[in-house]
Design a binder for this molecule. Structure first.
Ligand SMILES: Nc1ncnc2c1ncn2[C@@H]1O[C@H](COP(=O)(O)OS(=O)(=O)O)[C@@H](OP(=O)(O)O)[C@H]1O
Ligand SMILES: Nc1ncnc2c1ncn2[C@@H]1O[C@H](COP(=O)(O)OP(=O)(O)O)[C@@H](O)[C@H]1O
Length: 201
């Protein structure tokens, strides 16, 4: 991939992130959900976004399934493609944080290195890693899209948890038990955001 051109120079603009955050009444951060397919990333992120939106927080939810229909439609599920997927989403999330939004991302993001790459793109405290920890057997029993069934039958290759790796986070900001009620999990995340003064109580 081409590196950035040394003749392209960063341009600062008069309105700052801090000013945008002040206007919103809250900080910009990323809640980076990671977990197996079927662990509950989209469901929990959606429930949290709904609660935040109702509370007047400016949010945006970037979801793997949706992003792969547009921005990342050229990418598949090899390790390199997943890496590029997460790099692009990380850069988009960074722009959205600069816009002062509470960004929720729901990507399997199976590799520690890529999640840490996104963490390093952001300032201290702006990256909140949310591990949706649901046992593989439970995800496989849920199987809402029938993908585990296809993977077990050998009709789908490189499926996370079956024949492609998932590296669980070592030290996520929050570790959710994905078998608990969705409302309880969303509540835990709201508590964390209030505790960190990202949103008002
Ligand atoms: N081989 C393989 N492995 C894993 N997942 C697969 C695969 N093929 C298709 N899908 C569907 O794509 C969704 C995962 O996309 P992501 O962009 O989140 O994946 S990644 O972060 O780049 O690993 C994932 O969605 P979720 O179930 O919502 O996680 C699957 O529906
Ligand atoms: N905490 C939960 N308890 C029970 N079922 C859940 C829970 N979270 C999600 N689900 C269900 O599990 C399936 C997969 O959830 P989804 O959010 O699509 O997972 P992911 O985005 O990680 O693939 C869906 O059918 C959803 O309704």
């Amino acid at each position: 991939m081409a590196q950035h051109d040394e003749n392209v120079v960063w341009h600062d603009h008069p309105v700052t992130r801090e000013e945008r955050e002040q206007q919103h009444g809250h900080q910009g951060v990323v809640l980076w959900f990671t977990g197996l397919s079927g662990s509950g990333k989209s469901t929990v992120a959606g429930a949290l976004e709904q609660a935040l939106h109702r509370a007047g927080v400016n949010t945006y939810l970037l979801d793997g399934d949706n992003v792969r229909h547009g921005l990342c439609r050229d990418l598949g599920f090899s390790d390199d493609d997943r890496k590029e997927n997460i790099r692009r989403v990380g850069e988009v999330a960074k722009l959205m944080v600069d816009a002062g939004l509470v960004v929720l991302t729901a990507f399997i993001s199976p590799h520690r290195a890529e999640r840490n790459m996104v963490r390093d793109l952001l300032a201290e405290g702006q990256f909140i890693e949310v591990f949706v920890d649901t046992p593989l057997a439970v995800c496989e029993a849920r199987d809402p899209k029938g993908l585990y069934k296809k993977a077990r039958a050998g009709e789908l290759r490189n499926f996370t948890g079956i024949d492609s790796v998932y590296e669980a986070p070592d030290a996520p900001e929050i570790h959710l038990d994905g078998e608990q009620l969705v409302t309880k999990l969303a509540g835990q995340l709201l508590d964390l955001l209030r505790h960190r003064d990202i949103i008002r109580s």
